[in-house]
Design a protein around this ligand. Sequence first.
Ligand SMILES: *[C@@H]1O[C@H](CO)[C@@H](O)[C@H](O)[C@H]1NC(C)=O
Ligand SMILES: *[C@@H]1O[C@H](CO)[C@@H](O)[C@H](O)[C@H]1NC(C)=O
Ligand SMILES: *[C@@H]1O[C@H](CO)[C@@H](O)[C@H](O)[C@H]1NC(C)=O
Ligand SMILES: *[C@@H]1O[C@H](CO)[C@@H](O)[C@H](O)[C@H]1NC(C)=O
Ligand SMILES: *[C@@H]1O[C@H](CO)[C@@H](O)[C@H](O)[C@H]1NC(C)=O
Ligand SMILES: *[C@@H]1O[C@H](CO)[C@@H](O)[C@H](O)[C@H]1NC(C)=O
Length: 562
Amino acid sequence: MFATRFYVFSVLLLAVPTTFAASASDWRGRAIYQLLTDRFSQTNNQATPCNPTQALYCNGTWNGITNRLDYIQGMGFDSIWISPVVANVEQTTAYGQAYHGYWAQDITSLNPHFGTADDLKALSSALHKRGMYLMVDVVVNHFVSTSSVATSDNANLDFSKLVPFSNASDFHPYCFITDFNNQTNVEQCWLGDQHLPLADLNTENPSIVSTMNNWIQGLVKSYGIDGLRIDTAKHVRKDFWPAFAMSAGVFTMGEVLIGDVGYVAPYTQVLDSVLDYPNYYTLTSAFSSQTGNLSALISSVTASQKSYSTPSVVGSFLENHDNPRFQSITQDISLVKNAMTWPFIQDGIPILYQGQEQGFTGGVVPANQEALWTTGFNTSNKPLVTHVTTLNAARKAAAAANSTFLTTPLKFVTQQDPSLLAVSKPPLVALLSNLGSNSAKSSTWVASGVASANEVLVDVLSCAIVKADGSGGVSVPVVGGLPQVLIPASALAKNGAVCPSVATGATGATGSSSSTTLATAKPSPSTKSGAISIRSGLGFGGMGDGWRVLGVVLLGLLAQGW
Ligand SMILES: *[C@@H]1O[C@H](CO)[C@@H](O)[C@H](O)[C@H]1NC(C)=O
Ligand SMILES: *[C@@H]1O[C@H](CO)[C@@H](O)[C@H](O)[C@H]1NC(C)=O
Ligand SMILES: *[C@@H]1O[C@H](CO)[C@@H](O)[C@H](O)[C@H]1NC(C)=O
Ligand SMILES: *[C@@H]1O[C@H](CO)[C@@H](O)[C@H](O)[C@H]1NC(C)=O
Ligand SMILES: *[C@@H]1O[C@H](CO)[C@@H](O)[C@H](O)[C@H]1NC(C)=O
Ligand SMILES: *[C@@H]1O[C@H](CO)[C@@H](O)[C@H](O)[C@H]1NC(C)=O
């Protein structure tokens, strides 16, 4: 008992600043809006023109984000992922300016282009007041030295402006990665090229390791960060990550940019989560045309379900800042809507990259990093805004209707037609196809045993009713190549935002509107500290931070038997 009380007091002391140590299970069931700070919103709602192909700063700020949280929350997102916050090189390099944040120079200072420490804290507090989480992108693997052109060794690189590592010996010897099949080469040689060498931090050096661990602990605490997206995770030795993640004390999602499930899966043992690149590639390819291969998506998903340590917290996405937008490949609205549906009906955490909802079409970097303010944050008559808002609401409603929804692996229901895909994740049934909007072919999804006998289901995307047969099976014709997402009419609130005319669920239930879903999310057991994470989803959303911490501590005391 004494040990327990001592533990509770340590929690109390640690919890007093603004962090809540959100764990993987606190993040499960959330939906993330990914934004590039420089490209999302300018201070005071300004909207000066930004040409992404110039690769220069366009002056988005943390204040700008804080002022536009209604836009993000209005679509049902309850978390944001922002680009790296630390000070970067100021020069205009051969590849433009460091507006994206991945060219760190001083990790002990903030990037002044994005605002002040108080601005970042204000963003964090504003999110927490809404019950939303802040995920910050961090880079451990590399810094950017200020020398313009490197030579054959690192003797002429100027490390003097790098903070806190300003000595050549803090970095691996200069060599570019030449062999991606040689993991030592991948971890110890450098990314970038002779025009912009990314100085590879010597993460084998124990003193550097401890500096980085202290740094991340301080960063998370100072700014009330709830989760980390970790850049270039596969370029740092795997056994670096557990101590780093523990020092951070929050959810970690690593970028392991490769399509091979077998390569990616081990990183789910050393970090909470990864970005789901293997299924990103098969997803993109499956829906990019009528000849896309849906079986390949089934294969990669099945393989990842078997090998990821916790599939329910892996980050699922169709677009991000590193890859051409989906609509640079096809603008067929049915294919786009099918592909966009995937992240919201699968096992992991859905992530939407800014601008996808507005129909942006940018191709390879930097064209895919358009400024969102050019849209005026207009949500009316935007079919993809409606699409994603409905998908977020449906996912929350499914999670509220079945407490095992988020942790039960999805199952594919075999279809006769190779252009169709049916996914069962009770109580949700997702019907996808890559027939496209102009196909003359008539086709029907047939899925048995996916609902209760004679259950009334609703396609949340069209509000059409689908009645299950006596053995819980459905047979649904494809209309215009569009996806359908079925959930029980009883899981939708009668006065809600999603198909209220056919909903039969209690008023005020989850799904009644995108902004009330947070307060009704169910608490989930934590994999980390029970005393801290019991706060999850208990609806402190309207209170100030101080009250929330007090609530956390009181609940922690109760949970410990005080
Ligand atoms: C960003 O700020 C710089 C410096 O004040 C200015 O030169 C540039 O035109 C601005 N860009 C945009 C898109 O506002
Ligand atoms: C850089 O590191 C080397 C090797 O540890 C050391 O001998 C040298 O004094 C350091 N230089 C500076 C400027 O700290
Ligand atoms: C792998 O890469 C390391 C670092 O570049 C190098 O020293 C080693 O010789 C390489 N191993 C093989 C088998 O090529
Ligand atoms: C589709 O993917 C499956 C599974 O990866 C593979 O076996 C099959 O050969 C692929 N079909 C085509 C036409 O490429
Ligand atoms: C919002 O976008 C829609 C669709 O493009 C357009 O019809 C409408 O005029 C826009 N509203 C504003 C205020 O710009
Ligand atoms: C909830 O999900 C579980 C696991 O998939 C399933 O067995 C059960 O039938 C579902 N219950 C409802 C009411 O959908």
